[in-house]
Design a protein around this ligand. Structure first.
Ligand code: ADP
Ligand code: MG
Length: 400
C-alpha cells in the first residue's frame, strides 16, 4: 500500500513543530511493575531520532494492556520513562492524561530537544470506540501526526484513526515502514521453497490467512494447539487436548482445500495436564490417550519441521509449537527455533511474527540472527492476509 512516510517530509515540515507520535509501548511488565522486555521501546528509537535530529518535538502516545477506559495505576506508562531516557540520552517529561489543557500547554512550552510521553491512552473512555471527540482533543497535542505503532495498526481507535484524520501531515514512522517492507517480501515473490509454520492457540483468528497460504506456500507445517484442532477435524482422538470445537468445520474445509499440503505432526508429547511435566511422554498421534493432553510436537515431527526449514528460501513462522512457557513442553519450539536461526544464517529470509512467538525465539537465543521479528502479531497476520491495515488506510497517498 502506498502510504505517506515520515521520510517523505522535509526538514522544514518538521523543524520547530510538535510531532504527535503514536507508539506501541504495550510492553510486558514484571510483578513489581517494571518493564520486562524493552524491545518495543527500542523499536521506536529510529523514528524518535529522526524527529529530534530535525528539530521536531516528539509527543508520545501509547496504550498498555486493557484498562477498559478507566485509570488503573498498575497499567501506567510511567515505568517506560527511565528506559526512554537511557535510550535517547535526554530527559523525558511525563505528561499525565493526554486529554487535558495542562498537557496541551506542556507540549506548547516544550523547548527544542524535548521528548514528552502521555499517560496510557486506554485510560480514556472513547479510545477503543474511536470516538471522534477524543480524536479532536488528542490532535491538540501535535502539529503533525506520526503512526509508528505497528502492533496497533489493525485497530481503529481514537489514537490510531480519529486523531490521524485531524492532523496534517499524517505519516507512518520508521518502524511501520520497516515492518511493511519485511512483510511485503512475503506478499511479493518469495524465494522458494516458501515454508510456513503455524502454531499457537487460536485457529479462528488465523483461518483466513491459512486459506490464502495453502496456495502460496510450498510447505505449510502446523504444530501447537492449532494442530490438535486439525487432528480432531481429521477424525483423530485428541483426549483432553486444547481443541477449538467452534473451528472444526472451518478446519475440515481447509484440510479439504489443502489436498494434503497441510502437514500435521506425526507424534506429540502428552501429559495428564500442563503441570505434570514429569509425566510427559511421546506418543504417535494415532494413540493420544483419552485422559491426556498433547502439549508439544514430538521428536519425529521436530526433525521433519527443522528439515523443511533447512531447505527453505523463505520462512514465515507464527505461533509456538507447544506450551513453551513450561520447560517440559518447550523443546519442540526451541529445536525448530534453532533451525530457523540456522536457515537465516545460511541466507534464507526468515520472518517470525506474534507476541509469544517473538518471546520464544528470543528465549531460544536466535532472535538476533533472524531476518525480521515482527513487533505485531495480529497486525502482521492481517497485513499478510489483506495487504492493508485500517489505521494505515488513513495515511494513504492521495491519487494525483
Ligand atoms: P502468538 O502470540 O505468537 O501469535 P498465540 O498467542 O497464537 O501465538 O499462541 C501462543 C500460546 O499457545 C502460548 O501461550 C502457548 O503456550 C500456547 N500453546 C501452544 N501449543 C499449545 C498446546 N499444544 N497446548 C496448549 N497451549 C499451547
Ligand atoms: Mg499470543
Amino acid at each position: 500500500m502506498a502510504i505517506r512516510l515520515l521520510g517523505d517530509l522535509t526538514t522544514s515540515q518538521l523543524h520547530g513543530r510538535r510531532a504527535l507520535v503514536r507508539v506501541d509501548y504495550n510492553v510486558p511488565l514484571t510483578d513489581d511493575g517494571e518493564v520486562a522486555d524493552a524491545a518495543r521501546i527500542e523499536a521506536s528509537f529510529p523514528t524518535l531520532e529522526h524527529l529530534l535530529g530535525r528539530g521536531s518535538v516528539p509527543v508520545l502516545l501509547s496504550h498498555l494492556g486493557r484498562p477498559g477506559g478507566r485509570v488503573r495505576p498498575e497499567l501506567s506508562l510511567a515505568p517506560v520513562v527511565p528506559l526512554l531516557e537511557r535510550g535517547l540520552g535526554r530527559p523525558v517529561r511525563f505528561l499525565g492524561a493526554p486529554d487535558t489543557g495542562e498537557a496541551v500547554s506542556a507540549t506548547r512550552e516544550a523547548g527544542p530537544d524535548s521528548v514528552l510521553l502521555a499517560e496510557n491512552v486506554r485510560f480514556l473512555p472513547g479510545e477503543t470506540d474511536n470516538d471522534p471527540a477524543l480524536g479532536e482533543r488528542l490532535a491538540r497535542l501535535g502539529d503533525l501526526y506520526v503512526n509508528d505503532a505497528f502492533g496497533a495498526c489493525h485497530r481503529e481507535h481514537a489514537s490510531t484513526a480519529a486523531v490521524a484524520r485531524r492532523l496534517r501531515p499524517a505519516v507512518a514512522g520508521k518502524l511501520v515502514e520497516r515492518e511493511l517492507a519485511a512483510l511485503d517480501r512475503l506478499r511479493g515473490e518469495p524465494e522458494r521453497p516458501y515454508v510456513v509454520l503455524f502454531g499457537g492457540a487460536k485457529i479462528a483468528d488465523k483461518i483466513g490467512l491459512l486459506r490464502g497460504l495453502v496456495d502460496r506456500a510450498d510447505r505449510l507445517l502446523v504444530g501447537g494447539a492449532m494442530a490438535n484442532t486439525f487432528l480432531r477435524a481429521r477424525g483423530r482422538e485428541t483426549g483432553r487436548s486444547l481443541v477449538e470445537e467452534d473451528a472444526l468445520t472451518a478446519a475440515r474445509e481447509l484440510l479439504e482445500a489443502a489436498e494434503g499440503r497441510l502437514e500435521l505432526p506425526e507424534d506429540v508429547v502428552v501429559a495428564p495436564d500442563p503441570g505434570a511435566g514429569d509425566e510427559a511422554r511421546v506418543v504417535n498421534v494415532d494413540s493420544i490417550p483419552e485422559d491426556a493432553m498433547a502439549l508439544d510436537v514430538g521428536p519425529s515431527a521436530r526433525r521433519r519441521f527443522a528439515g523443511a526449514l533447512g531447505e527453505a528460501g523463505t520462512v514465515f513462522w507464527n505461533g509456538p509449537l507447544g506450551l513453551f512457557e513450561r520447560p517440559a513442553f518447550a523443546e519442540g519450539t526451541r529445536e525448530v527455533a534453532r533451525a530457523a536461526g540456522l536457515a537465516a544464517r545460511r541466507g534464507a529470509f526468515v520472518l517470525v511474527g506474534g507476541g509469544d512467538s517473538a518471546r520464544a525465539v528470543k528465549e531460544a537465543g536466535v532472535a538476533d540472527v533472524l531476518s525480521h521479528v515482527s513487533t505485531g502479531g495480529g497486525a502482521a497476520l492481517q497485513y499478510l492476509e489483506t495487504g492493508s491495515l485500517p489505521a494505515l488506510e488513513i495515511l494513504q497517498k492521495e491519487e494525483t
